[in-house]
Design a protein around this ligand. Structure first.
Ligand code: SF4
Length: 81
């Protein structure tokens, strides 16, 4: 799944997004509520909050390597590492 704001896009591996435990960790980790859980526990991306991203990397720390990509659209699509 992917959602795009004006400055930031977030991409999450589809299989991982279906993992309720991972969705919970991401929801708890992000200080600006870019991640949420749907009624069935799967991950949702909150589009209206995307551009609030503070590049804190907490979502990257909360997930296995490569599952979450924070893309800096304002920087030619550079991926937060
Ligand atoms: S880098 Fe920080 S603010 Fe941005 S999506 Fe990840 S947890 Fe949220």
């Amino acid at each position: 799944m992917r959602a795009d704001g004006m400055f930031i896009a977030v991409e999450v591996d589809d299989a991982a997004a279906a993992d309720a435990a991972l969705a919970k960790r991401l929801t708890e980790a992000c200080p600006v509520d870019i991640y949420a859980q749907a009624g069935d526990g799967t991950l949702e991306l909150v589009e209206r909050n995307l551009d609030e991203c503070v590049l804190c990397r907490l979502c990257l720390d909360a997930s296995p390597d490569g599952v979450v990509r924070v893309i800096k659209l304002y920087d030619d699509g550079a991926v937060l590492a």
